[in-house]
Ligand binder design. Sequence first.
Ligand code: FEO
Length: 391
Amino acid sequence: MTTQWTPEIADGVFFVGVRDHERRLFDSLIPLPQGTTYNSHLVRGEEKTALVDTVNPGFESDLLDRVASVCGEEAVDYVIMNHAEPDHAGAIPQVMARYPGATLLAGERGAQMAERYFGVSSTRLKVVDDGEEVNLGKKTLRFLSTPMLHWPETIMTYFVEQRVLFSCDFFGTHTAAGLYAREVPELIPFAKRYFGEIMMPFRAAGRRALERIDKLDIETIAPSHGPVHADPEMIVDSYRHWCAGETGAKATVVYVSMWGSTVRLVRQLTDQLSARGLEVGVHELSTADLGDIARDLVDSRTIVLGSPTVLGGLHPLASHAVNLVAALKPPARYAAFVGSYGWSGGALNQVKQMVEPTGLEIVGGVDIHGPPDATAREEVDALADAIAQAD
Ligand code: FEO
């Protein structure tokens, strides 16, 4: 057995996960420009050893080699499943087979999922309640029920003596760079895009979790993706703002154009918004990175959609964008539209129908026939006023 890289991130806590530098897409939807990690940690007490989460399918042997590199011939006694999504739970069958004496610990819903998805026998499952502790021998793990962060079965695990919070996806980042947050350039923008992609729809659950986390003495946060936060204040503080849904004088503009009229409207609108002091995030939908859009949506007050009318309605990329907004539930309060049509409109009406269930208030729409003229430019300026003045 070759020695594996298993850095000890806190006394008795070894990183045994995998940094996947090559992965470029998650959920067949989310781009991963810096890859990601599947963080798994081994916690060794004086009498027992626990493995906190596993890794994505395809990396089972990497995980087992690393665990063996730390444990040698000693057994793993507990496998803790904070979350049943396969990027963290996918290696459970192999781990349970390799360590036949191990017991899988999960919340009640998680235990059901472990049986259903990973074939774990009920005889090897133990349900842990909120606040319950397991003693590893002078080392204690406490479980926190944190449903909907971001699945219903999600729990977190707190290592009491070393004050380490294994926070699962919460506080995560999709990047394979670095072991510690201080080693990752642009950590917060990357963490913010992750928040927008994964946690933004669950801000209320996030606020509840933060209230509980505030009561813990935490020295280290070890999420299940991305680097370890050895100075957790910065990421916790960022999450406080993001979970609160705090928005600023900022607009996220997403658009698609076919023959140049819509993009001209977008250019004028974004210039006029900048002239009125707004921060503007602009994304052309045929080339945009969903993560960048999600990052801008985290704290934008207004969302602007630009689309021509195609076949009587929105360009399909624009429809997709509205659907994404409906799914991600950003804290924005206002929406606006700019677009152009060739012989009959339709896009603006479709926007109104699609936006209505989201609760966003439409502060204005500029839907013009053909290329922008002086009248259209005046309408765009008026729309910029309306967006800037929206409270
Ligand atoms: Fe990273 Fe929800 O799994």
